[in-house]
Write a new protein. Structure first.
Length: 122
């Protein structure tokens, strides 16, 4: 199980998240490892099953082209070192909630229900 306080992550909740341009369709889609994630907040403990994006290819693909996402599912974008990133919703069919986590494990920003197919930078 992953601990959010020990990892430098961008945590994307049940409605997930997307980043960067699409990799070539000819290359096929990236695959992702999955893990349980427990988040502890003032309201209690919350558990999720998350896919983990670690490589550039995984970061680029994110949740694009997904028609649905299970409740309590999401994706973590692990950049290994603190970095500033931007995201968009191009080729994303479902609205996504995005939670940006700092190096110290605290929430920096939350974007709720990002608009599907939007090319606006988040």
């Amino acid at each position: 199980m992953l601990s959010i306080t020990r990892r430098k992550l961008i945590y994307l909740l049940p409605l997930g998240a997307i980043w960067a341009p699409l990799t070539s369709i000819a290359q096929g889609f990236a695959t992702f490892n999955r893990s349980k994630l427990r988040v502890v907040t003032k309201s209690g403990k919350h558990e999720f099953i998350v896919e983990i994006a670690v490589t550039d290819r995984q970061h680029s693909q994110g949740l694009m082209f997904r028609q649905s996402l299970a409740k309590n599912a999401g994706m973590l974008f692990d950049y290994k070192v603190p970095t500033s990133i931007t995201m968009w919703m191009k080729n994303t069919y479902i609205p996504l909630d995005m939670i940006f986590i700092g190096n110290d494990g605290r929430v920096i920003n939350v974007v709720q229900r990002a608009i599907p197919f939007s090319e606006n930078v988040i």
